[in-house]
Design a protein around this ligand. Structure first.
Ligand SMILES: Cc1ncc(COP(=O)(O)O)c(C=O)c1O
Length: 311
């Protein structure tokens, strides 16, 4: 048993083969899942919006960084499907409004800026907001950071299932992805387990550290296995997480990454400075440990505009 969803993403997304200085590279193009909801979040949001419709919600509430792709995809899909988007964004309103933040204003999302200290309690803040609205008779769904929980992870179980034949045919032994809130990683990991594939899921952290994500991903998986009564056993020592590609911190790009983004652009692939640029950098360094790896491009194109000065 698994939760229900509505179909929103343009799937299956293609896996393309590129030649990068003589090296053969496979890229799963989840940057092509949609236009305004492009990237990995739409696959998770298919499940949350089903729930929002079923529970007859008026408002969809979520959170993230100022340039959060998840917040932008949620705001857009809310408007498309007739909900009012409410965003709690970490940081201060930056000017000029650019990238995802600009789009959030165009979608006329209700935006609340919170500082880093407040953001540590973001789940409580969103819950309090929900209670406040409900007292006024409004139905609200709260989607956690990055849509990473026992509902959202199913989006990446789906993505893994979508790749099953390709993985078997091409003898793919490892998939690399960015880790920002852990749901994509958890979904891919669970998908591989459910299909019984001998596949390593490799996560390149773009924030926090390995200890934090080991705990978080383990927790999401345990809750999912219990809730949906899945015949799956795992040990967190099976997680392959790299914490040495973060650089100075979340959303702080570094030179090697920017140069790589420029290089890939010449192939017609746009990586973003917050997630996929760092993840691709890690992928190129770490894939030597495997025989045949695939990179999952999780999107993020709009944030490029907010980082123009780095280019
Ligand atoms: C473009 C992009 N790639 C990767 C990620 C990481 O995915 P997850 O939050 O599921 O770890 C995110 C969001 O955090 C993202 O916006």
């Amino acid at each position: 048993m698994r939760p229900q969803k509505i179909n929103l993403a343009l799937t299956p997304t293609p896996v393309e083969e590129f030649d990068l200085e003589g090296e053969k590279i496979f890229i799963k193009r989840d940057d092509l899942t949609e236009l305004l909801a492009s990237g990995n979040k739409i696959r998770k949001l298919e499940y949350f919006f089903f729930k929002a419709k079923e529970e007859k919600c008026e408002k969809v509430v979520t959170c993230g960084g100022i340039q959060s792709n998840h917040a932008r995809a949620t705001a857009y899909l809310s408007r498309k499907l007739g909900f009012k988007p409410v965003l709690f964004l970490r940081g201060e309103s930056e000017k000029p409004y650019d990238g995802n933040l600009f789009l959030n204003y165009l979608f006329d999302a209700e935006i609340h800026f919170v500082n880093s200290e407040q953001y540590k309690k973001i789940d409580t803040i969103m819950e309090e907001y929900k209670n406040y609205c409900e007292k006024r008779g409004e139905r609200v769904i709260v989607i956690p950071e990055g849509g990473s929980d026992e509902i959202g992870l199913w989006g990446y179980v789906d993505a893994l299932f979508e790749m099953e034949n390709f993985i078997i045919e091409k003898k793919i032994d490892s998939i690399f992805c960015a880790v920002g809130s852990g749901g994509t990683y958890a979904g891919l990991f669970l998908g591989a387990k459910l299909l019984g594939l001998n596949l390593k899921i490799c996560g390149i952290l773009v924030t926090r550290n390995k200890e934090y994500f080991t705990k978080k991903i383990k927790n999401i998986l345990e809750r999912t296995i219990e809730k949906y009564n899945l015949p799956v056993k795992f040990d967190s020592t099976e997680f392959i997480l790299y914490e040495n590609y973060i650089g100075e911190g979340y959303a702080i790009p570094y030179n090697e990454e920017i140069e790589l983004i420029k290089k890939l652009s010449k192939k017609g692939i746009i990586l973003d400075p917050v997630y996929t640029g760092k993840a691709f950098h890690g992928f190129l360094k770490e894939k030597k440990n495997f025989n045949n790896s695939l990179f999952l491009h999780t999107g993020g194109i709009f944030s490029v505009f907010a980082f123009k000065e780095y280019f």
